[in-house]
Design a protein around this ligand. Structure first.
Ligand code: GLP
Length: 240
């Protein structure tokens, strides 16, 4: 794993934007695996600003998102579909037909997982962006998820519900289940870029990079990826 440690979140976002822009400039029809959470917001703002200033085209880019809360329609402000539209797709001029994400409202979970598995088969990702859960999760693959997993529905860990409650009016509103891309599919991306910011990620960063490769720490699987870059700010990298 290549590791870049930055002084702060702004520099982390600058470096992440450099990586993503290089991918899109090298191949304007690149397939981007995208993530939600607060960590990629600085990166997304920079991509939007770059397009406004330099006209980088996303007309032929296609995207696949990692995960979606079960039960939230794409019009819900906390759904990941809404997050992506608001924070990235509108600003980059990426039309809904170019994007892919699980449907949180799908009644038949197995059919929705099979549909998304099929979508991912046809969309080999040139780069997969990831955030890191404080418990070492990637996407919504919680500790204990088999490394061979495909798209599935998860029961969110209590710590994840607590971590994500800050974005909802009340913890009771945080969905307890989610659809997520599996670890096998994350590992299929040609290149992985994982971002970690803040002291509350320091333990997870340490275990991901220095600990044993174990399903108890989902992100530790990234040690096995041939082309993975971690960009962490000083606070998140403090235990390395
Ligand atoms: C959520 C998402 C993950 C994300 C994680 C960290 O649980 N499903 O994809 O990486 O949160 O989020 P944040 O960047 O807000 O710390």
């Amino acid at each position: 794993m290549k590791i870049i440690v930055t002084d702060n979140y702004e520099e982390l976002s600058d470096k992440a934007a450099e990586v993503m822009l290089a991918v899109v400039k090298a191949d304007p029809s690149a397939v981007l695996g995208l993530a939600t959470g607060t960590t990629p917001l600085g990166l997304y703002a920079r991509l939007v600003r770059d397009r406004a200033e330099n006209g980088t085209s996303y007309a032929r880019v296609r995207t696949a998102n990692l995960d979606e809360y079960k039960g939230l329609p794409k019009t819900h402000e906390q759904s990941y579909a809404y997050f992506m539209k608001k924070n990235l797709f509108d600003g980059l001029g990426i039309a809904p037909g170019q994007t892919n994400i699980e449907d949180g409202t799908a009644a038949d979970e197995a059919a929705e997982c099979a549909r998304y598995d099929a979508v991912l088969e046809t969309l080999p990702r040139d780069i997969q962006l990831l955030g890191l859960g404080s418990n070492g999760h990637i996407a919504f693959n919680e500790p204990g998820t088999p490394f061979g997993s495909g798209t599935h529905v998860v029961e969110l860990a209590e710590s994840t519900v607590k971590d994500n409650a800050r974005l909802f009016a009340d913890i009771a509103e945080v969905p307890r289940k989610a659809f997520t891309m599996g670890i096998r599919q994350i590992m299929q991306a040609r290149r992985i870029l994982i971002l970690a910011s803040g002291a509350n990620k320091a333990d997870a960063v340490y275990k991901m990079v220095c600990g044993p490769v174990t399903e108890a720490v989902p992100a530790s699987v990234l040690q096995l990826h041939p082309c993975c870059t971690l960009i962490a700010d000083k606070a998140a990298a403090a235990k390395l």
